[in-house]
Design a protein around this ligand. Structure first.
Ligand SMILES: NC(=O)C1=CN([C@@H]2O[C@H](COP(=O)(O)OP(=O)(O)OC[C@H]3O[C@@H](n4cnc5c(N)ncnc54)[C@H](O)[C@@H]3O)[C@@H](O)[C@H]2O)C=CC1
Ligand SMILES: CC(=O)C(=O)O
Length: 331
């Protein structure tokens, strides 16, 4: 038996965003039903390098298919300036749950973008107003690109406002998307008052202080202790939907006000999986949230498993990537 090596180019070419969004929705559903095994993300802090390593194993059973993988990933916000490398890079081992054979080694950097965009899209599908058509992006780095691509599969986006402290990042983003959308650079205030806003920065002091009256916010940037992008006044007035209780209270957008006692259990509306499985109403459903909604995403290992499943199945169908003998299988 051989292992399939799927590079960044292979994953990009053979993984359809809309299919990843659907698979990630299935992952949130499986999580709510208790059909996953997923220890909380573990961190190795590297204060000496202003970064960290994270390990993320999981198994999920979606009914018609099941899958298992582990991602070894990092967050080093100074990487671009110091090494011309991305902030986030990853490697994924995707294994056959029946016998543990490593079916694939995948570029986890691309999978991370795809599945992070997909999580925001799933939340947007259930929480944004049906007619939402404008998207604000606070932070124009790597994740911003996949946010637009994924969210555009669940809402008819025409206007995009992007903001960043780095004007070059904004210009690069506009260049890539200007033929497909009415996209422009703007202030944080302009981005944050769009129908949908995704926040994608590593800041520890809130930079979003005001959003529109019915804005749906995907709070993606805070994924480690101390990170905090959105003012407490916005969070306090919003219906907060989390991806996972343990991860969000430890390292999500709510972690700082939570640790300081300004938010507690009463402030959490639901876990996203409960909305996906119709246990709790989404926007527009009886009893569902109105006004501002905030999805607090820390990133779950099952998102990577689901996205890797799509990438592997699509690549295998056309024999993409490189097959090689990795592990000894002689008995
Ligand atoms: N929730 C999740 O599943 C995931 C979360 N992340 C987090 O998302 C964030 C973004 O990740 P990447 O796009 O890969 O990083 P990146 O480094 O490529 O982009 C971050 C962008 O934020 C901008 N920025 C920094 N401070 C800012 C400020 N005060 N105002 C406006 N813009 C500012 C930077 O100039 C940069 O363009 C990071 O915090 C990362 O840890 C990343 C992957 C998954
Ligand atoms: C970087 C990270 O925490 C994630 O991929 O979930």
């Amino acid at each position: 038996m051989q292992t399939r090596l799927l590079s960044a180019a292979d994953v990009t070419e053979h993984t359809t965003t809309a299919d990843v969004v659907d698979a990630v929705e299935e992952a949130f559903g499986a999580y709510a039903r208790g059909d996953v095994q997923m220890p909380a993300k573990s961190y190795i802090d590297l204060p000496r390098y202003n970064g960290d390593f994270r390990s993320m194993p999981a198994y999920m059973d979606a009914g018609e298919w099941d899958a298992a993988a582990v991602k070894w990933v990092n967050v080093h916000p100074d990487n671009e300036d110091r090494f011309e490398l991305p902030t986030v890079m990853g490697v994924i081992v995707y294994s056959d749950p029946r016998n543990a054979f490593p079916l694939a080694l995948l570029d986890g950097t691309t999978i991370t973008r795809l599945r992070t965009g997909a999580a925001a899209a799933v939340a947007t599908r259930h929480l944004a107003p049906e007619d939402a058509s404008s998207l604000g992006l606070v932070g124009a780095g790597t994740q911003a690109y996949a946010q637009l691509e994924a969210i555009a599969t669940v809402r008819d986006i025409d206007e995009v406002v992007v903001t960043d402290v780095d004007p070059e990042a904004v210009a690069d983003f506009v260049d890539v998307f200007e033929n497909a959308y009415d996209v422009r650079g703007g202030s944080i205030e302009e981005a944050a008052t769009c129908d949908i806003v995704s926040t994608l920065t590593p800041v520890e002091e809130p930079i979003v202080h005001d959003v529109g009256p019915n804005t749906h916010v995907n709070a993606m940037g805070a994924d480690a202790k101390g990170k905090h992008e959105i003012a407490d006044s916005v969070l306090e007035d919003a219906a907060i939907v989390i991806d996972d209780y343990e991860q969000c209270t430890h390292s999500g957008e709510i972690n700082v006000p939570w640790s300081e006692g300004r938010l507690d259990d009463e402030d959490i509306y639901a876990e996203l999986g409960d909305i996906v499985t119709d246990t709790v109403s989404g926007r527009g459903e009886p009893g569902g949230p109105e006004g501002v909604t905030v999805f607090d995403s820390t990133g779950l290992a099952i998102q990577d498993v689901a996205a890797s499943h799509v990438a592997y199945e699509q690549a295998e169908a056309v024999d993409a990537g490189t097959l090689f003998s990795l592990v000894g299988t002689e008995i």
